[in-house]
Write a protein that binds this ligand. Structure first.
Ligand SMILES: Cc1cc2nc3c(=O)[nH]c(=O)nc-3n(C[C@H](O)[C@H](O)[C@H](O)COP(=O)(O)OP(=O)(O)OC[C@H]3O[C@@H](n4cnc5c(N)ncnc54)[C@H](O)[C@@H]3O)c2cc1C
Length: 518
C-alpha cells in the first residue's frame, strides 16, 4: 500500500459486542461507498473462542447507535431479551445502613443548561433527595415504571433510557443485521498469524479456515487477548488496580419466582464487604454478579456473599461463573494501522456500564474520521488516542468517586478505598473545588461527547451526602427561575407517573404488538 492509496478495506478481528457494534456503526456511515464497491468491512471471528457473554447494561447512546444502523427496536426487545434501563440505584454505598440508597438517573436535572440547581437544593434543607428535587426519574424507578408508552415510536421515550439486554444474544443479533442489511463480510476463522510490513503496519492476518485476509485498517476487537494491539504490536497496558481494587467477578443468572414478577427499571448496585453486587432485570431472568477485590475477600467468602444476596431458594443454581478483571487500559489505542476497541483496549469494573458506550464512541469516531489514506492516518490516530485516553481517565475518576465518598469503615475494602494514595490527583483537586463550587455544565467537562457529564457527578456527589458550602447570595438572583424549574419537575413527575405503564406490562405489549417504527 502506498501512502496515498485510499483506505478501502477494514478488517475487524473479533465478533463480540465490540466487533459487531464497530462493524455496524462504520458500515452504516459508509453505506454508499460500500454499495458502490469502493469500501469493504470484513469481520473475522473465531468459531472456537467464545465471546465474553456478559455486559448487560448499556448507556442511552445505544439508542442512537442502533437507530443509525437501521436496527428495529422491537426486534431488539424480542430477540435480545432486552428491557429498559433508566439509571443506576446504589444501595449501601454511603453508610451501609438499610435505607442508604441513591439514584444516578439518565435524565439531566431540570433546566440543566440554564441553571445549576444544587445551591437551591442545599438551601431547601434537604426535604427531597437531590435526585427527586431535579428530575422525575428516581420516582419512576421507585415505582417500576417504563420510560415510554406502547404508542411511542421506536427509540423515542418520555423519559431518557438505555437497555438491559442478554449479552450472549446481542452479538449474534447484530451479526445478522450487519451481514444481511449492511453488507459486512463475516469470516469464521481463527487468526493464527499476523503479517506486518517493514513499517510495522499490519498487512494481513492468516486463518486456516479462510486463508490470508488483507486490509488497510485493522480493528482489534479480540477481547482480553488483544491479539493485534498487544500481542502483535506490543502496546503496553496501564494498570489501575491501585485506584479501583475490584479484580474478580462472579456472574450468575437467577430465575424469577413467577413469570410476571415486577421488573426494576434500573441497575441495582449493592455495596458488600469487598465490592458490590449488580442486579439487572431482563424479561426472562435476572443477571446478578459480585464484583470484588481478591485482596479483600477469598473466593469462598465472595461466593457466600453472592448466595446470601440471591437467596436460599436459589441454592441449586449452577455455580456463578468466575471472571478475572484486569483494571486498566492500553497505553495507546491506535498504533500504525491498528485500533483497539472493546476489551482489547482495556476494562474497568462495570459499575457504570462504561465499556459498551466507549465502544460506541470509538466506533463513531473511526466512522466519522475514516482516514482517506495512510498518509493522514497518523494525524487521525493522534486525535483518537488523545480523546480516548481522556475518556479512560475521566471514567476512572468517576468510578473512584463512588468509593471515595463512602463513610463506611466496616471492612478493610472500604477503609482502603478512601486512602488518599489511591485517589487520582485530578479527582482530589475537583473534590476540593466542589466543596465551594458544585459541578455544573461546562466545569471541567468540556468535551463534545463527555461519557459522564457534570450532571452525573452531581447525582453521585449529592446522592452520597457530599457538602458544598453555599452562600445565601448564590441563590438570590436565580430564585425565581429555580422555583419555576421545581414546579416543572413536580408537574412532569405527576404527569409521567399517571401516564407511564409498569415496565413488564410495556415489555409484554412490545412483544405482542411491537412499537411503531420511526
Ligand atoms: C463481569 C463483567 C460485566 C460487564 N458488564 C458490563 C456492563 O454492564 N456494561 C458494559 O458496557 N460493559 C460490561 N462489560 C464489558 C462488556 O462485556 C464488553 O465490553 C463487551 O462485551 C465487549 O467485549 P469484546 O467484544 O471486546 O470481547 P469478547 O466478547 O471477548 O469478544 C472477543 C472476540 O474475539 C474473537 N477472537 C479472539 N481471539 C481470536 C482469534 N485468534 N481469531 C479470531 N477471533 C478471535 C472471539 O471469538 C470473540 O468473537 C462487562 C464485562 C465483564 C467482564
Amino acid at each position: 500500500m502506498t501512502v496515498t492509496q485510499p483506505v478501502k478495506a477494514v478488517v475487524i478481528v473479533g465478533g463480540g459486542t465490540a466487533g459487531w457494534l464497530t462493524a455496524g456503526i462504520i458500515a452504516a456511515r459508509h453505506q454508499a461507498r460500500m454499495k458502490a464497491g469502493g469500501f469493504s468491512i470484513t469481520l473475522i471471528e473465531s468459531p472456537d473462542i467464545r465471546i465474553i457473554g456478559v455486559g448487560e447494561g448499556t448507556w442511552p447512546t445505544m439508542r442512537q447507535s442502533l437507530e443509525r444502523m437501521g436496527v428495529s427496536e422491537t426486534a431488539l426487545f424480542r430477540d435480545c431479551d432486552a428491557a429498559f434501563k433508566q439509571g443506576g440505584k446504589f444501595a449501601g454505598w454511603t453508610t451501609g445502613a438499610a435505607d442508604d440508597a441513591y439514584y444516578h438517573p439518565l435524565m439531566l436535572p431540570q433546566g440543566f443548561a440554564q441553571l445549576n440547581l444544587v445551591p437551591h437544593w442545599m438551601r431547601e434543607t434537604h426535604k427531597h433527595s437531590f435526585c427527586d428535587f431535579v428530575t422525575p426519574q428516581g420516582r419512576l424507578c421507585d415505582e417500576g415504571l417504563a420510560p415510554k408508552l406502547i404508542t411511542s415510536p421506536e427509540y423515542r421515550g418520555l423519559a431518557n433510557y438505555a437497555y438491559h439486554l442478554d449479552a450472549a444474544k446481542f452479538a449474534p443479533f447484530l451479526a445478522t443485521h450487519c451481514t444481511e442489511k449492511l453488507g459486512v463480510r463475516h469470516v469464521l476463522g481463527n487468526v493464527v498469524q499476523v503479517n506486518q510490513r517493514e513499517s510495522g503496519d499490519i498487512e494481513s492476518v492468516l486463518t486456516p479456515e479462510a486463508g490470508e485476509i488483507s486490509g488497510d485498517l485493522f480493528i482489534d476487537c479480540s477481547g482480553f487477548s488483544a491479539l493485534l494491539i498487544g500481542k502483535t504490536l506490543g502496546v503496553g497496558f496501564k494498570e489501575c488496580g491501585d485506584i479501583l481494587f475490584c479484580d474478580t467477578a462472579l456472574a450468575a443468572q437467577v430465575p424469577y419466582e413467577t413469570p410476571d414478577a415486577p421488573m426494576a427499571s434500573q441497575t441495582i448496585s449493592t455495596a458488600r464487604e469487598a465490592g458490590w453486587i449488580w442486579d439487572i432485570c431482563l424479561p426472562t431472568r435476572r443477571g446478578v454478579g459480585y464484583v470484588y477485590s481478591s485482596r479483600h475477600s477469598s473466593e469462598e467468602a465472595a461466593r457466600e456473599t453472592l448466595q446470601r444476596y440471591i437467596g436460599p431458594q436459589h441454592r441449586d443454581l449452577p455455580p456463578a461463573r468466575k471472571i478475572p478483571i484486569r483494571s486498566g487500559h492500553r497505553q495507546t489505542f491506535w498504533k500504525n494501522n491498528c485500533i483497539a476497541v472493546g476489551l482489547a483496549g482495556g476494562f474497568l469494573e462495570p459499575l457504570e456500564s462504561s465499556a459498551i458506550v466507549l465502544v460506541e464512541l470509538s466506533a463513531k469516531m473511526i466512522a466519522e474520521q475514516m482516514p482517506a489514506n495512510r498518509q493522514v492516518m497518523d494525524i487521525i490516530a493522534k486525535r483518537f488516542n488523545d480523546v480516548t485516553m481522556y475518556r479512560w481517565g475521566r471514567i476512572i475518576d468517576f468510578l473512584k468517586l463512588h468509593y471515595v465518598l463512602t463513610r463506611r469503615t466496616d471492612t478493610a475494602f472500604w477503609r482502603d478505598n478512601v486512602d488518599p494514595a489511591s485517589v487520582p490527583e485530578r479527582l482530589k483537586e475537583l473534590l476540593e473545588l466542589w466543596k465551594y463550587h458544585p459541578p455544573w455544565f461546562f466545569d471541567e467537562f468540556d468535551r463534545l461527547e463527555e461519557v459522564f457529564p457534570a450532571a452525573s457527578y452531581q447525582y453521585v456527589l449529592y446522592g452520597m451526602g457530599f457538602q458544598s458550602e453555599i452562600s445565601p447570595e448564590d441563590t438570590i438572583d436565580t430564585g425565581l427561575l429555580a422555583s419555576r424549574l421545581r414546579q416543572e419537575n413536580e408537574r412532569q413527575t405527576f404527569e409521567l407517573r399517571s401516564r407511564l405503564p409498569k415496565n413488564r406490562e410495556l415489555l409484554n405489549k412490545i412483544h405482542e404488538y411491537g412499537l411503531q417504527p420511526v
